[in-house]
Design a protein around this ligand. Structure first.
Ligand code: PEP
Ligand code: MG
Length: 386
């Protein structure tokens, strides 16, 4: 849980804390009745999860045969067992910036290498998408180096291209680790074709350097990009010709398309994944990928909310990457539906003009189709992932 206001000031060491991550409730020193309520909620959640996990080894495939892949977003190598336990078919986003947090000096090439090879090995041949240096959201305040790079400034690929030495350390480790599993390299916040070209030139020269040193590197390592700006989504057809896969980062794509700062509460009400403009940008990204014959994934928070599963299925996403615990819920929805029905829902939803109308319509339709999964769901809470 994040954004719990003054909870950490109110609570003292040794206090009993009741925390419900699904509702956002935190109680300091709960009474007996409250403890019973939280324990009952935990037991119910566990049995719901156990029931959903019965599908763990089944594919995320609709009843009429559309197969999508459900991957996991992780921040630490230690999360891999949870990915596998929840039926994750790969890692769609490893946020490497967590390697840089809570320390003064930069991680060495060996530290990068050890984290990457550990994930690749533990995933036992399943694809692992490792994103190069980026800083985003709340992570930014924790490391001095990051301060200047959050938001729309010198962050992600922009920062990396400005600091080739830093990129080199990370890429050397990635290429060396490539022999330990199925690696895909993902470049964040590519807004222009020139950035992609420049990054690829650097990666190739690092590869040559390693080969000259006699260090082996996997022959073909897919290089993909995150689509996180409206400009990139609208130029997706051209970007797709020069990379191996896309992954849509809706957390940033939404903030930049609606001109709202992810960390500004005053405009959180406008953070709307089902805004027609956002849906059209996703559509443009998928179409660009399809024309060039590459895969289009999504790894923003939108991908892990079962409320959007039919919409994303119909938009043509090939791969959805989310928190490991969300995989079973999204899989259940996908396995219970047909692509034809999802397309119908999308078409009807996109006939509305306001995001409120679209949201209400999608929520009602999902409740009708999946009463159990959405029985107590209200309109989606506004606000960006932090
Ligand atoms: C995104 O922007 O959707 C994304 C996955 O990246 P991050 O949340 O790390 O900025
Ligand atoms: Mg992002």
């Amino acid at each position: 849980m994040v954004g719990a206001g003054q909870a950490s000031e109110i609570a003292r060491a040794g206090d009993v804390i009741a925390l419900d991550g699904s509702t956002g409730e935190v109680l300091v020193s709960p009474d007996a009745e409250e403890i019973r309520r939280f324990e009952a909620a935990r037991a119910a959640a566990k049995s719901r999860e156990a029931e959903l996990l019965e599908d763990r080894d089944l594919p995320a495939q609709t009843r009429d045969g559309r197969r999508v892949f459900l991957f996991a977003n992780i921040e630490f190598p230690e999360e891999v067992p949870s990915v596998i336990a929840h039926g994750g078919e790969g890692v769609g986003l490893y946020r490497t910036e967590f390697l840089y947090l809570n320390r003064e000096e930069l991680p060495t090439e060996e530290e990068h290498y050890s984290a990457y090879s550990s994930i690749l090995e533990r995933m036992q041949g399943r694809p692992v998408t490792i994103r190069t240096w980026t800083w985003a959201g709340q992570a930014a305040h924790r490391a001095p180096l990051a301060r200047a790079q959050s938001g729309a400034g010198l962050r992600a690929i922009r920062f990396t291209l400005r600091h080739p030495q830093l990129f080199r350390t990370q890429v050397r480790a990635l290429l060396r680790a490539s022999l330990h599993g199925t690696l895909q390299i993902m470049l964040p916040m590519i807004a222009a074709v020139g950035e992609l070209r420049e990054a690829k030139v650097q990666i190739e020269s690092i590869r040559q350097e390693l080969l000259r040193e006699g260090k082996p590197v996997q022959e073909k390592i897919p290089i993909g990009i995150m689509l996180e700006t409206p400009a990139a989504a609208l130029a997706a057809d051209r970007l797709a010709r020069e990379c191996d896969f896309f992954s849509i980062g809706t957390n940033d794509l939404i903030q930049y398309s609606l001109a709202i700062d992810r960390s500004n509460r005053d405009v959180a009400y406008l953070y709307k994944p089902l805004h027609l403009g956002v849906l059209r940008l996703i559509q443009a990204s998928v179409d660009g990928a399809k024309d060039a014959g590459i895969e289009c994934a999504m790894c923003g928070e939108m991908a892990g909310d079962p409320l959007y599963a039919l919409i994303l299925l119909a938009l043509g996403l090939d791969n959805l990457s989310m928190n490991p615990a969300d995989i079973p819920k999204v899989k259940r929805v996908i396995r219970s539906t047909t692509l034809a029905d999802a397309k119908k829902l999308l078409e009807e939803a996109m006939a509305f003009s306001s995001h409120d109308e679209i949201e209400r319509y999608v929520l009602n339709q999902m409740q009708e189709r999946f009463p159990e999964a959405f029985e107590d769901a209200g309109m989606p809470a506004s606000g960006p992932p932090v």
